[in-house]
Design a protein around this ligand. Structure first.
Ligand code: FEO
Ligand code: CA
Ligand code: CA
Length: 629
């Protein structure tokens, strides 16, 4: 078996040892498959797993029988959303829309108050899921953060200036639970619906799992460490088969500051980026629990996965400390063949890690599964250069830490102790519903092979992180041994290496399945549809210049895991990221998030004119009412 450059395929395995050349092979792949194959192999390392020949066959099949139900969209830099011909989109809800009739419509001059925001849809919507029971459709949406300059754009300073600004900011964060209905083909929020709920930075949350009651979580307000207050910077999400929603706390560090500038943040604070100076939210000036010099343990109460029951608006959300504390991106839940619940999770920071939780108890269909995330084992991934990988258990014995509680709190330090693989910012993870494989976006990492992570771990070019100063990102996938998600062994390859073939003629041009028509940078959101097609959302550079020339605005693409083919489905508005994705139960509506349009001041999406740009959830339908994905 030979490829078009007459290089025997089996030398790929040998070459795999030389990771200085892996990036070069990414580009050599551009001529890797035989002439006439329209699309690339799924990954440039496929030869190593012996999958190349079937991949070529699949690629040929794909040419004849495409699984893409749309005509691809070209890039653009417009201040609107672009979807394929014969598809339409509409706004479902935007930042500041009131969820109750005692709220007020969004005011573009003041951009709301603390009181109005508490009754309204939050800002910067990110991960979301739709829960349907009969005719009731409940959309649960993360409101990750607020863009200070837009959110507080009524202030000349563009930052919060008083207590009400901080109240508004806290209410702009968290989750929005909104009941929606489709009337005359339009999805709208039902005001005053019984399921409507706001969860904010001040909502009480039960602390569960190993860290519950631990000294490191005790504060003046909660001396028993059992009840935290609030969740924020909820980025990606997850949903469980027992009907709950998982909100993932990501960049929690940016909300803490110190009134005492001489306060010395601890080493464990530094590992998570907690400093004396916050990122401009100003919360610590109005609510002293965010002042690290006064309440240093408060930081240990964030960075978790929060489980919410959307069908019970009175329920107390639960922080699931068993799933570890880091900058959680999303939580992909899989029930393994043996019934244990497996949750795959990325820690989105340069050089941080990829994790897996395996529940102690088993899922029982129709049984009481409500506490499956309470107890289990936590693992971190090591990727070997021979395309094998293993999940390393994080236990007191393997990490040298005192207890599972400490591992649940200082999870990054635990992962460093077992020498996990430092990754190029693991974002969303998605498991193929039709096949035994899991994918993760490694969005980019300008520090790859330049500096260590915050824990001092080296970040060499290796494994699934094959390019130094990786500005485009890639998607890694792995296959658990014996089709068992609880197995500690897996094989991996790269589904796509993003790049720009119009600018580069090397590894930065991307893998074979990247071309001038589908190029993108910084894959972030990731989800499978019921057909086993992979939807890829980007949060990257939208300058459309230099290294990013020809890439336009952030976008959403669809990939075929069996062929590697990737086509663009959507282009977002100016300066937005495209994030958050879920389908209606009948698969005739696709809900997508348009986050932070105009984050640098150059958008009026969706209102146009001189309106304030507002993060929004959109609903996409086919004009013929057909299935999407
Ligand atoms: Fe909130 Fe990692 O993106
Ligand atoms: Ca993200
Ligand atoms: Ca991102």
């Amino acid at each position: 078996m030979t490829n078009s450059s007459n290089k025997p395929v089996n030398t790929i395995e040998t070459e795999a040892k030389d990771f200085a050349s892996i990036a070069d092979r990414a580009i050599s792949r551009r001529n890797f498959l035989s002439a006439g194959v329209a699309v690339g192999a799924s990954a440039f390392v496929m030869g190593a797993t012996g999958m190349l020949s079937s991949s070529v066959a699949n690629a040929n099949n794909a040419k004849r029988n495409s699984r893409f139900g749309f005509k691809p969209v070209a890039v653009n830099s417009l201040d609107t959303v672009t979807v394929p011909e014969n598809y339409s989109w509409e706004i479902v809800t935007s930042w500041g829309d009131p969820l109750w009739s005692n709220g007020v419509e969004f005011d573009h001059a003041s951009r709301g108050t603390g009181a109005s925001q508490e009754l309204a849809f939050g800002d910067n919507n990110d991960g979301m899921s739709l829960f349907s029971e009969g005719d009731d459709h409940i959309l649960v949406v993360n409101n990750e953060y607020v863009n200070r300059s837009i959110f507080h754009g009524n202030r000349a300073s563009g930052v919060p200036e008083n207590a009400d600004d901080v109240r508004k900011s806290k209410a702009g964060h968290g989750l929005s639970v909104v009941q929606i209905e489709q009337k005359d083909k339009q999805w709208k929020v039902i005001k005053d619906a019984p399921y409507n709920r706001r969860i904010t930075a001040d909502t009480p949350m039960e602390i569960t799992g190993p860290a519950r009651g631990n000294d490191l979580l005790k504060t003046a307000a909660d001396p028993k460490a059992v009840l935290a207050k609030g969740t924020f910077n909820n980025c990606g999400n997850g949903r469980t088969p027992w009907g709950t929603y998982l909100a993932c706390e990501e960049n929690f560090n940016g909300y803490f500051g110190s009134s005492d500038l001489n306060y010395a943040p601890t080493e464990s604070m530094k590992r998570y980026g907690v400093k004396n100076k916050d990122r401009g939210y100003g919360w610590y000036k109005e609510d002293e629990r965010f002042d690290i010099s006064k309440h240093p343990n408060e930081v240990n109460r964030f960075g978790y996965i929060v489980e919410v029951d959307p069908m019970d608006p009175a329920s107390t959300p639960k922080k699931r400390t068993a799933l570890g504390r880091f900058k959680h991106e999303n939580a992909e839940v899989v029930v393994a063949a043996n019934g244990h619940v497996v949750v795959y999770m990325g820690d989105d920071e340069r050089g941080e890690f990829l994790y897996r939780f395996v529940s102690h108890n088993r899922y029982v269909e129709g049984g009481d599964n409500t506490n499956l995330l309470e107890e289990g084992e936590l693992f971190v991934a090591r990727f070997n250069d021979d395309f094998s990988g293993e999940w390393l258990a994080l236990t007191p014995a393997t990490t040298g830490m005192k207890s599972q509680a400490e591992i649940s709190i200082h999870t990054r330090q635990a992962a460093s102790a077992v020498k996990a693989t430092t990754m190029d910012r693991p974002e969303w993870v998605a498991a193929n519903p039709l096949k035994n494989e899991v994918y993760c976006c490694l969005t980019n990492n300008k520090n790859r092979a330049v500096t260590t992570n915050a824990g001092g771990d080296a970040t060499p070019v290796d494994g699934p992180n094959p390019r130094e100063k990786n500005n485009y990102g890639q998607i890694v996938r792995w296959t658990p041994q014996d089709a068992d998600h609880t197995s500690n062994i897996f094989k991996w390859d790269l589904f796509v290496v993003a790049g720009n073939p119009s600018v580069h003629n090397n590894a930065y041009a991307g893998s074979k399945n990247i071309n001038m028509q589908n190029m993108f940078n910084s894959p972030d959101g990731l989800a499978f549809d019921d057909n086993g097609m992979l939807w890829i959302q980007t949060d990257g550079k939208y300058s459309n210049e230099g290294d990013y020339a020809g890439m336009g605005n952030n976008q959403m693409l669809v990939g075929d895991p069996s062929t590697g083919e990737i086509q663009r489905f959507l282009v977002g508005s100016k300066e937005c990221e495209v994030t958050g994705i879920c389908w209606s139960g009948d698969r005739r509506t696709l809900f997508v998030g348009i986050q932070h349009p105009g984050e640098k001041g150059n958008s009026h999406f969706p209102g146009g004119g001189e309106s304030v740009p507002r993060s929004s959830v959109i609903a996409i339908t086919r004009d013929d009412g057909g299935l999407i994905g």
